[in-house]
Design a protein around this ligand. Structure first.
Ligand SMILES: Cc1ncc(COP(=O)(O)O)c(C=O)c1O
Length: 382
């Protein structure tokens, strides 16, 4: 037996549900990826760059043209001035950025505050750095942070706090007021912030995304992570970026250099071209996904599931307590897939300790209209 460094990690629910969906022929609303393609011009551009011979290692920090486009975007959207050479790093997916940021600042014995339910890569990354996760629960009714509970959890060992807004799985958003609260609570402490903003462009109902880059006090101690995969409907490209002040970027790059060294070259060229030629793509994303959210929620109106339309991300939580209160959410997700042909994700898997009696499933609505209609028909028949 090899003593595992990650004894609690097994096959993730995303793999399990996608496999079950494939086996049973169910519609897959479980894993978070679109069932439609990225923009044609972006896809064609990759082909051109591959044929032009852009197939060798990219610079360790990322292609300069892409870093510049990222800096221009955050200036235009958030009014944030960042130096593309010393503050922007292109990474193979947001997940690698998150891992490297955690390794860069967390030392053995350090505490990292994370808010459950949360994305599944945070805790293993902290464990591999020798840190200890302090799991705080978001309010089960609206997934807001309880700042008093956060204040009470701070200790001299707290080194990092991980934020995620828009939030997977709930779609909840942090407001500017939340960021002010956090800034105030950690002002005189040696604590860093890792802000996972991979769904930054998926914010609905005319609400503005509260980006940590736009919060001067917080940004001084922050890593802000995003994902081209989410923004350009190409999750399989696993290309993301992280923005951090120069001193933090230097430390992050020391890790990134030996985890992956660089991101995939032709993808970076294509993304740089596309961002320069189509800045309107990101501006159109809220309306694009809001239309899908509204379609999904409209179609489910006649079902027995209960829900509040999500504020952000491409996930919709639905409460099934009126349908099968006897099943916990893993059982319910399995039953729905096998018996009704729709795969979803039970949200208890995003918790260290599930909330007793919570009866919520996560649906992904980054799907073609026809997929959403077929899925809704099945769900409304229950
Ligand atoms: C909250 C959150 N962070 C990070 C990621 C990972 O992004 P990437 O695919 O770019 O690694 C995801 C993907 O599902 C996510 O939901």
């Amino acid at each position: 037996m090899i003593p595992s460094k990650l004894p609690n990690v097994g096959t993730t629910i995303f793999t399990t549900m996608s496999e079950l969906a494939a086996q049973t022929g169910a519609l897959n609303l479980s894993q978070g990826f679109p069932d439609f393609n990225g923009p044609q011009a972006l896809l064609e551009s990759v082909g051109r760059h591959v044929m032009a011979g852009h197939n060798q290692y990219a610079p360790m920090s990322g292609l300069a043209a892409l870093r510049q486009q990222v800096a221009l975007k955050v200036k235009r959207l958030y009014g944030a001035t960042v130096d593309p050479d010393h503050e922007v790093t292109i990474t193979p997916g947001a997940t690698e950025a998150i891992f490297c940021a955690i390794q860069a600042v967390v030392r053995p014995g350090d505490e990292v505050i994370i808010f459950d339910p949360c994305y599944d890569s945070y805790a293993p990354s902290v464990a591999l750095a020798g840190g200890r996760c302090v799991h705080l629960q978001l309010d089960p009714s609206d997934f807001a942070i309880d700042w008093q509970q956060f204040a009470d959890a701070l200790t001299p060992r707290t080194r990092l706090v991980v934020l995620n807004s828009p939030h997977n799985p709930s779609g909840a958003l942090l407001s500017r007021k939340d960021l002010d609260q956090l800034a105030q609570l950690i002002a005189n402490r040696d604590i860093y912030v890792l802000s996972d903003e991979v769904y930054e462009h998926l914010v609905y109902d005319d609400v503005q995304h509260a980006c940590v880059l736009a919060h001067e006090q917080l940004y001084r101690r922050a890593f802000v992570v995003s994902s081209f995969g989410k923004t350009y409907h190409v999750t399989g490209w696993k290309t993301g970026y992280v923005i951090a002040p120069p001193a933090l970027t230097t430390e992050l790059r020391k890790v990134h250099q030996y985890v992956n060294f660089c991101g995939v070259t032709p993808l970076q060229y294509a993304l740089a071209d596309f961002m320069a030629e189509h800045p309107e793509h990101v501006d159109a994303l809220p309306a694009f996904y809001q239309a899908k959210r509204d379609l999904c929620c409209g179609l489910l109106q006649d079902s027995r599931f209960r829900f509040t339309p999500t504020a952000g991300t491409y996930f919709q939580l639905v409460d099934y307590s009126h349908i099968r209160p006897d099943l916990d959410d893993v059982q319910m997700a399995t039953w729905l897939t096998r018996e009704h042909g729709v795969a979803t994700i039970p949200i208890s898997v995003f918790y260290q300790q599930a909330v007793p009696g919570q009866r919520l499933l996560r649906l992904c609505f980054a799907k073609r209209e026809e997929t959403l209609r077929q899925a809704a028909e099945k769900l409304c028949a229950i």
